[in-house]
Design a protein around this ligand. Sequence first.
Ligand code: GDP
Length: 472
Amino acid sequence: LANMMDVPVTQVIGTCMSIGMMVSINQRLDAETINIVAEEFGFKTEYVSAEVVEAIKADADEDNEDDWVSRPPIVTVMGHVDHGKTSLLDNIRSANVIAGEAGGITQHIGAYNVKLASGRRITFLDTPGHEAFTAMRARGAKVTDIAIIIVAADDNVMPQTIEAINHASAAGVPIVFAINKIDKPHANPEKIKEELANMNYLVEDWGGKYQSQEISAKKGVGIEELLEKVLLEADLLDLKANPKKRAVGSIIESSLDKGRGYVSTVLVENGTLKMGDIVLAGTHHGRIKAMFNERNQRVEKAGPSEPVMILGLNGAPQAGDTFNVLETEQEAREIATRREQLQRELGIRTQKMLTLDDIGRRIAVGNFQELNVIVKGDVDGSVEALSDSLIRLSTEEIQVNVIHKAVGQISESDVVLAAASNAIIIGFQVRPSVQARRNAEKDGVEIRLYSIIYDAIEEVKSAMEGMLSPEI
Ligand code: GDP
């Protein structure tokens, strides 16, 4: 474990001792301990069998730099309800920008790929919204390169707009703003830009770095320009993949179809997925019996950034699960079975999230540099005051990031963001919703509630100084 993490073995032993495990250098650690220790050093554990490791290594061997080619960006549309996410996706899907491709997009498979007049392609995730985006991220999938944040010009920057911006930012995904509904008589795009500026998101017309485009998703105005801006952003990212490799990617959605059995939409991130490939996803596996694209056409293969619906898995993997292609069905079955066993042994608590009590220990281990927090409060003034004070606690060693702050109850969306970003949630004069509390317990996300701002600041400060007395 020390070798894999590239840290001195004494530090690993020290960490084990700090969690009350007296171990020696040649002792084997159980899975739970490995999870905790790895987490302390900032690593996430994933259990794969030796065969997968070998397969991945073999893959790396055959990787030739000349084979890497640019791939289309994968885009998610996020924003406040009714601001036009679905309309925008429908508009793009339904035609005018698509350069005469055979067959319209006839089915919703969770993602679709369009070719623009310029010949370039973009892949859209068809389940808009930051909740789905972050839920997938919490499962380890990074299936978005660029986020379009849509804001209705006849409305304001709304709480969910801010959430969407913060979810995209927490994932480090670049943002392009689409200011929608400009066909409406009361539309005021400048007001939206001003509101964004007040949040420190300066769009280009205002001298900032964020691209923005005024559109009407309903009338199809400005869509081409918006997509050109998305492509500009993609150029900066220089997205590349190697279509000659075996495919890896993520599950977008799965279901059980009466006639066809388990059906999953997968998005290929790297390599090429082919008919007959043996796919392993989460605890499920199978040989691909048929593949369909979003135009309901049978296809033989899917390359980087291409979504495709596959038939042949023996179950329904979860959205956000990674998939791999293996050599033999037996190999896939063995690994799937082992994963299932591990899951059962470890229970649902497969991952240990950060808690305030952990911080002191992590600092002692010497690799703790960033504390992510989400601040929810009853009124704007206290949310701002608390956030500012927390950020000011940053030292040279530890940066405190407020990745999201808002007025209101602690929601499920806050919990999923915390899980994806390893953040702590701090509530001031507010409580979590029932479902948020349940999810937090399940995912091991820490929620701290305070009724005095000073107490919140003092506790985080003591934790950062490694002096928080353990909760009894
Ligand atoms: P979502 O909740 O973000 O997916 O929003 P929808 O796409 O469902 O849009 C909400 C409502 O706004 C619908 O009634 C749309 O017809 C309307 N809408 C969306 N875009 C536009 C637009 O550009 N102009 C006008 N006038 N209405 C729009």
